[in-house]
Ligand binder design. Structure first.
Ligand code: UTP
Length: 295
């Protein structure tokens, strides 16, 4: 994989797919996108857009679907609300609201049918063009310092290989993830040889699971275009595309330190809420006493 020179600025866009149906979180997600569920007082998607911006990416491509317009509205100017807050002299809240619409340049692309994550990524092809890009899943929150996407961009530029985030998971959970097999080329950095999507319990070759952060070259679009959809689900799987990059020796995995929450899963959402509330200066002590009381 040959990249033009140009340093960190080379990667300018973050693609965030948010078109999934969120069936694991019904009925909450019947009319509300799961990405808009709040972790304390901010919708989950805002944390993810902030991670992209804190990693130097100013252009955010949201792959949306039917019923997901509230996500776009959240990052747009809210004239009526701003007028109301201004008139009442609520300067702090006005700033809070304005900062969200100034956070990033948001570009929305519709995925007309939820035909899988690979298909969602392919919807970004025209907007991304011939550049490498970051892919952040809209329901996967990570809490790392520095931001995980920033660490991965640095690795991408150093090794000139696509990079995906990895996490060690307990042996009894490997069947829930894409699991990789590979060779450790530097501490916590693996050259990936094989990816097994949701291996049967007890058959996973490692416990290194793929998490929703990726730095991908534009070649991934051609790869995805030429993939056959899964015969059962009819979905185009991103994992199949990643495996092709791995076969070309073009895929590294990065085992990151920090916390991760799958907020599309009920327990993941509760874990995120508790963890962020415990860190919150106004809520932390109150929650600690409450937990002591109920436990
Ligand atoms: P998930 O598989 O976690 O999302 O996809 P889902 O399909 O909404 O979840 P469940 O299983 O029904 O609860 C990971 C990310 O990819 C997006 C989702 O919105 C989520 O952010 N996605 C998935 C799309 O944008 N399009 C798709 O066709 C599938």
């Amino acid at each position: 994989m040959k990249l033009p020179s140009g340093g960190i600025k080379l990667i300018k866009k973050a693609v965030i797919p948010v078109a999934g149906l969120g069936t694991r979180f019904l009925p909450a997600t019947k009319a509300t996108p799961k990405e808009m569920l709040p972790i304390i007082d901010k919708p989950a998607i805002q944390y993810i857009v902030e991670e992209a911006v804190d990693s130097g990416l100013q252009e955010v491509v949201l792959i949306t679907g039917r019923g997901k317009d509230s996500i776009i509205d959240h990052f747009d100017v809210s004239g009526e609300l701003e007028y109301y807050l201004e008139n009442r002299g609520k300067k702090d809240l006005l700033k809070l609201v304005r900062d969200i619409s100034n956070l990033a340049k948001i570009i929305a692309v519709r995925q007309k049918k939820p035909l899988g994550l690979g298909h969602a990524v392919l919807c970004a092809k025209e907007v991304v063009g011939e550049e490498p890009f970051a892919l952040l899943l809209g329901d996967d929150m990570v809490d790392t310092n520095p931001p995980l996407t920033k660490q991965m961009i640095e690795l991408f530029l150093k090794h000139q290989k696509a990079v995906i985030a990895l996490r060690r998971v307990p042996d009894d959970q490997t069947h829930l993830y894409g699991i990789i097999e590979g060779d450790e080329v530097a501490e916590g950095v693996f050259q990936i040889r094989e990816i097994i999507e949701k291996p049967k319990p007890g058959t996973a070759p490692t416990n290194l699971a793929i998490i929703g952060r990726y730095i991908l070259p534009p070649q991934i679009f051609t790869i995805l275009e030429n993939l056959q959809p899964d015969p059962v689900s009819k979905e185009i799987q991103l994992t199949d595309g990643l495996l092709k990059l791995a076969r070309q020796k073009n895929l590294y995995g990065f085992v990151f330190s920090g916390d991760r929450y799958d907020i599309g899963d009920k327990f993941g959402f509760v874990r995120a809420t508790v963890a962020y509330a415990l860190k919150d200066p106004q809520l932390g002590n109150k929650l600690r006493s409450f937990l002591d009381e109920v436990l």
